[in-house]
Design a protein around this ligand. Structure first.
Ligand code: IPE
Ligand code: IPE
Ligand code: MG
Length: 255
């Protein structure tokens, strides 16, 4: 657990303050790979699913941390198009849990001014999960304080393949000239075209890979990998990553 300092020193708890950063120093969009739930549980002799359960609180810590520091876009990787390779029991748990968390938390997120969106592929995803995602998106559609995109049955290559298929159909229909296809045309065909590129790509659990998350959107993202397993992650750990981001010099190819 991150040292919250104040929990155990006996004195009155000091408020947890976000770092003071100017808007230019803050990432506008954080892409978060919530990894390490299974290992967290296994280290404690618990079933992997218990780690996923504990990840819920960590996710809401991150949402709160974003709200407090002023990050407007958070995309959280909850279930990948590759996670179907897990045991049927774990897949069932993960999808059922996503649905239940949404149902349980959507009013609270709505009250906090959070807009909930979904990015992913409909094919194969449970109808009950889609219903919950759609309901949450509809309820929160007009919130502007922050956008939380839940990536469920999401894969960046699937997203790009779907975008290419959409563009190909428009070409066949005579609506799009292939010569007119630009980076902007492709970006506009992604699942959430109006969400800006990822500034900070953050992954917990010590793994240093992208695992097919937001590949197009992260072309110039700053990568921050932290060793903390996701159930132990909290807003202070998020702020540490944001401070690390603020020290990076982004050059975008310029000298
Ligand atoms: C992340 O934790 C949650 C999902 C991928 C859904 P993992 O389940 O991948 O946990 P580890 O990486 O096996 O520890
Ligand atoms: C990425 O984590 C997917 C999610 C966090 C939902 P994984 O644990 O599935 O990725 P790999 O298998 O380590 O690459
Ligand atoms: Mg993992």
């Amino acid at each position: 657990m991150h040292d919250l300092a104040t929990k155990t020193d006996g004195g009155p708890p000091k408020p947890l303050r976000p770092p003071e950063l100017s808007p230019e120093q803050l990432p506008q969009h954080v892409g978060l790979v919530m990894d390490g739930n299974g290992r967290w549980a296994q280290q404690r002799g618990m079933p992997r699913t218990e780690g996923h359960r504990r990840g819920e609180a960590a996710l809401f810590e991150v949402v709160e941390g974003c709200l407090e520091v002023g990050i407007p876009y958070l995309s959280a990787f909850a279930f990948s198009t590759e996670n179907w390779r897990r045991t049927p029991d774990e897949v069932r748990f993960l999808l059922g849990y996503s649905r239940n968390v949404l149902r349980r938390r959507r009013d609270e997120l709505h009250a906090r001014g959070v807009r909930i969106r979904w990015a992913g592929r409909r094919t194969r995803l449970w109808r009950s999960v889609l219903r919950e995602l759609d309901a949450a998106a509809e309820l929160t559609a007009h919130n502007t304080r922050m956008t939380l995109t839940l990536c469920v049955n999401y894969g960046a290559r699937a997203e790009l393949a779907d975008a290419m298929a959409t563009l190909a159909q428009r070409v066949v229909a005579g609506e799009l000239d292939p010569k007119a296809i630009t980076e902007d045309t492709i970006a506009a065909a992604l699942y959430q075209p109006d969400v800006p590129d990822v500034d900070l790509f953050l992954r917990t659990s010590g793994e240093q890979r992208l695992s097919n998350f937001l590949l197009w959107q992260s072309a110039y993202a700053e990568l921050v990998f932290v060793d903390t397993l996701f159930p132990d992650f909290d807003r202070v750990a998020l702020w540490d990553a944001v401070v690390k981001y603020a020290t990076r010099r982004r050059r975008y190819g310029a000298a």
